[in-house]
Design a protein. Structure first.
Lengths: 275, 273
């Protein structure tokens, strides 16, 4: 029953930051698990600790200013306290990361191709030629036109939506077991947003990747997630199947979030109108 | 008579041209006409790069269009002396998307909101302080926030301060350029509610520029869609947007995210429904 095991298991995660007022808790007693091929949505307002959680998984938090306690296990292997060198071989290979702002995620002075190939060659023993072939292939899968030309372009020559798809291509080309998508569509316009969500959906069905989808937009969550955890002030206040959460919210905060959805005419009517 | 009328405005950005070098200007707006009545809100939709923000700037009097005219309260915005223009400035305000870069980081909230008052109203210091406190309360903050500087506020709070500054002089119209797009949904809802309330209480008019139909629908009375610099659809009743035959508009409507997982469009999750 190896396949049924959780890809990622977090338990009792606490993150505290040192400040003048003493230790301030950012994330408290967090329990989360990611299952293969499933998407876990993490919602909550700004400042509730969503991004801190994802940074804790990647061990990217400043060790001097913050204290991370508890346990984060990837395939049963404890990540907390792992040496930086070992962590580096995990980031990008086992855990892919898609950031909110694609413009800031690339180095502006290198071409897309060189950044792509660098990632591939660090984690695999492929030759440069093979790496380029793999990169072009994954760009093509992302519905980007003329991938060979994109390889020679600089980040500023691409639009935000294209860059975001390049970032997804990079994070999925090594078939990681987990992808952390931190507000992947917040910076994009609505038409591009749907495209990016489609690619994420394909990633989990084709590669069986477990996705941690962080978003404040319940529209994104209801489109993609299987299970949802609601965060408020560093704690998970409710966790349920996405259908159950939308139909029977338990916690007051979840109810408040659901009420904050903009109102449109009933969706059934709408689909009648459009067809 | 409508409050604002945009008549056949065309505009392009480009490099300087000369006799032997043909211009390669990018046409941003071509033949755009629309009108907004007192006390109503028009939502301006479009994908990125459609020319929404340029149209906003033209309406604010910040970017002189190459052709066409903008009539605000019966006067041409680009053919008036500086004295009249100063009066118009008062009635026409703006709130931008990025609240952090639209306020001076060194000023306190009191100074930020008080600045338009200092310029237009001659109030005594005590009166001005009272007005600012009232404005802060109106947007859901407290008088105690007056002494704080921008970095002590969250993005949502700072956006409220920008709104308080915009309504300080009781304008006739506010241009909201993606003003709620970067906020989380609870904050977004609060600000949209506030805008609706101000509209009904003071008879304010808005031009609400956004790419998000959901947000536009909840505050607007009418909707217009801009695509490649042209107005391709005007819906005087906002519900008409859902029956539009324009492919671009259909595509926008089709990309509205579902309110409930049972309405999702993706294949993988749908099979469970």
């Amino acid at each position: 029953m190896e396949k049924q095991r959780n890809v990622l298991q977090m338990s009792g995660l606490n993150v505290t930051v040192k400040s003048q007022q003493g230790m301030v808790p950012l994330v408290q007693n967090l329990q989360l698990e990611l299952k293969p091929g499933k998407i876990l949505g993490l919602v909550g307002e700004s400042g509730s600790g969503k991004t801190i959680t994802s940074m804790a998984i990647l061990q990217l938090l400043n060790q001097k200013a913050m204290r991370v306690e508890g346990s984060i296990q990837l395939h049963g292997r404890e990540l907390i306290g792992l040496k930086e060198k070992e962590m580096r071989s995990i980031r990008g290979k086992d855990i892919g990361f898609i950031m909110q702002n694609p413009m800031n995620a690339f180095t502006p002075v290198y071409t897309i191709g060189s950044q792509f190939v660098e990632t591939i060659r660090i984690h695999t023993g492929l030759t440069k030629k093979q790496a380029i072939a793999l990169a072009v292939d994954s760009l093509e899968k992302m519905n980007l036109q003329e991938p060979a030309e994109i390889m020679n372009m600089y980040p500023f020559q691409l639009s935000g939506g294209m860059l975001q798809r390049v970032m997804i291509a990079i994070s999925m080309c090594l078939r990681p077991s987990i992808v952390i998508a931190d507000e992947p569509t917040t910076a994009l316009d609505v038409a591009t947003q749907l495209q990016v969500l489609r690619e994420l959906d394909r990633l989990r069905t084709e590669c069986g990747t477990a996705i941690l989808l962080i978003s404040h937009d319940l529209g994104v969550i209801s489109e993609l997630a299987d299970e949802v955890a609601v965060m408020q002030k560093g704690r998970i206040v409710e966790q349920a199947d996405v259908y159950r959460l939308f139909d029977y919210p338990q916690h007051d905060y979840t109810k408040k979030l659901l009420q904050a959805r903009p109102v449109l005419p009933a969706h059934e009517e709408l689909s009648k109108l459009v067809i | 008579m409508s409050l604002l009328e945009v008549k056949k405005v065309s505009h392009s950005y480009g490099s300087s041209r000369s006799f032997w070098r043909p211009s390669n200007d990018a046409q941003v707006l071509s033949d755009v006409s629309l009108s907004i009545d007192q006390g109503t809100c028009m939502g301006l939709l479009g994908t990125s790069g459609a020319g929404k923000s340029t149209l906003g700037k033209v309406i604010l009097g910040l970017e002189k269009p190459q052709q066409g005219e903008v009539i605000f309260q019966g006067q041409n915005l680009y053919k008036m002396d500086s004295k009249t223009r100063r009066g118009i400035r008062r009635d026409l305000q703006v709130v931008f998307q990025d609240s952090y870069s639209s306020v001076n980081p060194r000023l306190t909230a009191e100074k930020i909101i008080g600045e338009p008052l200092e310029n237009y109203e001659k109030l005594s210091p005590a009166e001005q302080q009272r007005t600012v406190a009232n404005l802060l309360e109106m947007v859901g903050l407290t008088a105690a926030d007056m002494k704080k500087v921008p970095r002590q506020f969250s993005g949502g709070q700072l956006q409220r301060i920008s709104i308080a500054r915009a309504i300080a002089l009781k304008p006739k119209m506010i241009v909201l350029d993606e003003s709620v797009s970067s906020l989380d949904m609870v904050n977004q809802m609060n600000i949209l509610n506030l805008l609706n309330e101000l509209k009904s209480v003071y008879g304010l008019s808005y031009l609400f520029i956004t790419h998000d139909i959901r947000a536009a629908y909840s505050v607007s009375d009418s909707l217009a869609v801009l695509e490649k610099g042209k107005i391709i659809e005007v819906c005087n009743d906002k519900n008409d947007i859902f029956t539009s035959q324009q492919p671009v508009v259909k595509n926008l409507v089709a990309s509205i995210l579902p309110e409930h997982p049972r309405n999702r469009t993706l294949s993988a999750g749908k099979s469970r429904a």
